[in-house]
Design a protein around this ligand. Structure first.
Ligand SMILES: Cc1cc2nc3c(=O)[nH]c(=O)nc-3n(C[C@H](O)[C@H](O)[C@H](O)COP(=O)(O)OP(=O)(O)OC[C@H]3O[C@@H](n4cnc5c(N)ncnc54)[C@H](O)[C@@H]3O)c2cc1C
Length: 400
């Protein structure tokens, strides 16, 4: 059994990050949404404080009971992330750091690559970002269909193709980009490259205007005869060759999701909790003034609260397994699917409870818009259900 109580270190992280979310993020939340950007001076200040979206590594995958080693990184990450998203999910995604690009480098990079690409995120310098570029116009849910090509040449690879919807893709110092060395090989042909900003042939063609998470940059990237040196092939040649049909860029991409989906679920939980807490506070103050019965709202609020707690527990379970180095793909998909849907339903119910005041330039209206994206990115809800179904039925020989 595990304990549901936070340990002292976890509690401390939660409190510090919550303080930051309440006092530093909330005051600029509506402004950032309106500007569709996070002010540079704020990002510089925050960089010095050293708060970032912490995405931890999954570890080495499956381990036997005897090999379990207790780590805290994934649990601390989901606890902190829920608080950050309570403050503002779009700003949380824009906090300086390696972002979704961190996990693939952590779990698949060579020691030299980890040092080179992860050591740039130090507090005292200018804020810096990393990014993760998998999605293409013809390959989102169906990752195996990526069309960006990587052709071997002397000393490196030539990349050609396009990536869309890349979080922090324009501002990133480097992007972990996925490409195929041979489309006929399918997933086995996938490779992951770290492409540095300023590399000739690598550019940003557009930043998307979205209904939600407006302050978070979502970029389209283009590779045109872009030369990437061998030393930027993630994991190096041996990583892909060592086990025959073994590791491919596809596996790198999938392993990343096992770490990042709990983080996304924690964000969705934080948004829902933010909307819920705002709504219940207002109702407590306003309802008696207008002679309305709190009881009318109580049932809805209770069901929101239950859903938030259920999402959090699924998320914690997934992060806990990751900390122990146990396979968690099913749990990661479950918490992501549940929390994404829950955030949208909860924020929608909060808006209904608030009535017309919630509709115009209101933080709960913004949270509702922000929540929508959580059942799309990091794999849509339908795809998460497919992953869960595969884990449930394939052991019985039923192909999903
Ligand atoms: C704000 C934002 C930020 C993002 N950030 C990043 C990022 O940093 N890096 C990155 O690589 N990507 C990023 N994405 C892309 C995101 O992960 C994809 O949009 C998502 O995976 C869905 O892919 P798609 O857009 O191609 O949709 P599609 O795959 O075309 O899906 C369209 C619809 O078809 C359904 N569908 C597709 N296949 C199946 C199936 N087999 N069975 C049932 N239903 C199916 C989907 O569930 C969905 O409802 C971001 C997206 C957004 C909106």
């Amino acid at each position: 059994m595990i304990s549901y109580e936070l340990e002292p270190q976890q509690q401390q992280v939660k409190e510090i990050v919550h303080w930051f979310a309440e006092n530093e993020m909330r005051p600029i939340s509506m402004l950032a949404d309106k500007l569709a950007n996070v002010p540079d001076d704020w990002l510089r200040k925050v960089n010095n404080i050293g708060i970032s979206m912490s995405t931890s590594t999954l570890g080495e995958g499956s381990k036997s009971e005897g090999q379990k080693k207790e780590r805290q990184g994934n649990r601390l990450a989901v606890i902190a992330t829920e608080e950050l998203a309570w403050g503002d999910a779009a700003i949380a995604l824009t906090l300086p750091g390696p972002g979704l690009g961190g996990p693939p480098i952590q779990h698949s990079g060579t020691p030299e690559q980890k040092q080179r690409f992860l050591s740039i995120f130090s507090r005292d310098e200018e804020p810096r970002w990393g990014a993760y570029a998998l999605t293409e116009p013809e390959a989102g849910s169906d990752v195996s269909g990526i069309q960006t090509t990587a052709v071997k040449t002397k000393g490196g690879y030539i990349l050609n193709g396009q990536k869309i919807f890349i979080t922090n893709g324009k501002r990133a110092s480097w992007v972990v980009a996925f490409a195929t060395i041979n489309k006929e090989l399918g997933r086995a042909g996938h490779r992951a490259f770290v492409v540095e900003k300023g590399t000739p042939g690598f550019s940003c063609s557009r930043v998307a205007h979205k209904m939600g998470l407006r302050a978070s940059e979502t970029a389209e990237l283009v590779f045109e005869d872009c030369f990437v040196p061998d030393e930027n092939l993630l994991g190096g040649e041996e990583y892909y060759e060592s086990k025959g049909s073994g590791p491919s860029g596809f596996r790198v991409a999938m392993k990343t999701f096992d770490t990042t989906r709990p983080i996304i679920a924690a964000m969705a939980t934080g948004i829902a909790r933010g909307a819920y807490e705002y709504t219940i506070d207002l109702i407590k103050k306003e309802y008696p003034l207008h002679g309305r019965q709190f009881q009318m709202a109580a049932e809805t609020l209770a069901s929101i609260q239950q859903s938030i707690e259920a999402a959090r527990l699924l998320t914690w379970e997934s992060a806990w397994k990751a900390d122990l180095g146990l396979p968690n793909a099913k749990e990661a998909a479950m918490c992501k699917a549940f929390a994404g849907k829950m955030a949208l339903e909860s924020t929608s119910k909060c808006l209904e409870l608030l009535g017309p005041i919630g509709l115009e330039n209101h933080i709960v209206e913004k949270m509702y818009r922000d929540a929508k994206i959580f059942d799309i990115f990091e794999g849509t809800n339908q795809i998460q259900q497919l992953i869960v179904a595969r884990h449930l039925y394939e052991p019985f020989g039923i192909r999903v």
